[in-house]
Design a protein around this ligand. Structure first.
Ligand SMILES: Cc1ncc(C[n+]2csc(CCOP(=O)(O)OP(=O)(O)O)c2C)c(N)n1
Length: 266
């Protein structure tokens, strides 16, 4: 996705299919600076109708690139006929990992016999022949340099281009997990740097303060701790001074010796 966006002119349309492309856009590309029109399609159930919806959008917005998995591409393959009959211009980047890559993130990937047949459903589609059938220009670049070259050509051409990028499901899982771990480690480091110990009412409270602006005091529930708030703190601290507290006997705040301790004394 990053390699595609690098080449996109401002105000181009990027149509993302389900399931990895839309997730990757959300997870890793919210910080990119280009002004792109991003589109997606839920269809009746997720992977249906993506090709047709993208081609429809491409008939009024140019240039348009659809990034789609091989299974969703196959599911609505006959939508390509519209491009042939009506000479529609669009670029379709098919991420071909031979089946549904999303399912390799599930625990079933390690535990279920016949996982491939039951979940990932490889189809071994010959995308070059599909392109030929519908009169599209076809390329399968073997490097990012080759990809950039053909992608530039596709963006300025008035034909339908199908660019096949071959990937591998397991490698995709490994790369995603390592990126998530890296991001989580960086976030943990930032949050840890803002940990404070505040003594009040004879108790040393563990408090985490992050951000600037009006104060937002975050109190956890009966069975929780301030870590309950971690998924939200990074975002909210862009607008508020978030103060997350471990109340006594929770998280990193020890229980007081005095069993008659009450917060409503404060
Ligand atoms: C009409 C329909 N059928 C089945 C599904 C279940 N489903 C969700 S994601 C997916 C796999 C999609 O595979 P692919 O398009 O290759 O994308 P990838 O997961 O590899 O990114 C399937 C079959 C669905 N969402 N919609």
């Amino acid at each position: 996705m990053a390699e595609i966006i690098k080449n996109e002119p401002d105000h181009a349309a990027l149509f993302v299919g389900n399931s990895m492309p839309v997730r990757d856009l959300d997870s890793f590309l919210l910080n990119q600076r280009k002004s792109l029109l991003t589109l997606a399609n839920r269809g009746a159930n997720g992977i249906d109708g993506v090709v047709s919806s993208a081609l429809g959008a491409g008939s009024v917005i140019e240039p348009l690139t659809l990034v789609i998995g091989d299974l969703s591409f196959y599911h609505d393959m006959n939508g390509l006929l519209a491009a042939k009959l009506h000479h529609l211009q669009a670029t379709i980047v098919v991420i071909n990992n031979n089946g549904g890559g999303i399912f390799s993130f599930l625990p079933q990937a390690e535990e279920v016999d016949d996982f491939d047949a039951l979940f990932s459903t490889p189809i071994g589609l010959n995308i070059e022949k599909v392109s030929e059938l519908y009169g599209a220009a076809y390329h399968q670049p073997k490097s990012w340099t080759a990809f950039h070259k053909v992608y530039q050509e596709a963006l300025s051409d008035d034909r339908l281009y199908i660019i096949e990028v071959v990937t591998e499901k397991q490698e995709n899982v490994i790369k995603h997990r390592s990126l998530w771990a890296e991001a989580a480690g960086a976030a943990r480091k930032v949050l840890k740097n803002h940990d404070k110990k505040i003594s009040t009412l004879n108790v040393v409270h563990s408090v985490q303060i992050l951000g600037d602006g009006p104060s937002l005091l975050l109190l956890h529930g009966f069975t929780g701790s301030k870590s309950t708030w971690q998924p939200f703190i990074q975002k909210w601290s862009q607008r508020y001074r978030t103060i997350a507290v471990d109340i006594v006997g929770h998280g990193e705040t020890a229980a007081p010796d005095d069993t008659s301790f009450l917060y409503d004394e404060t």
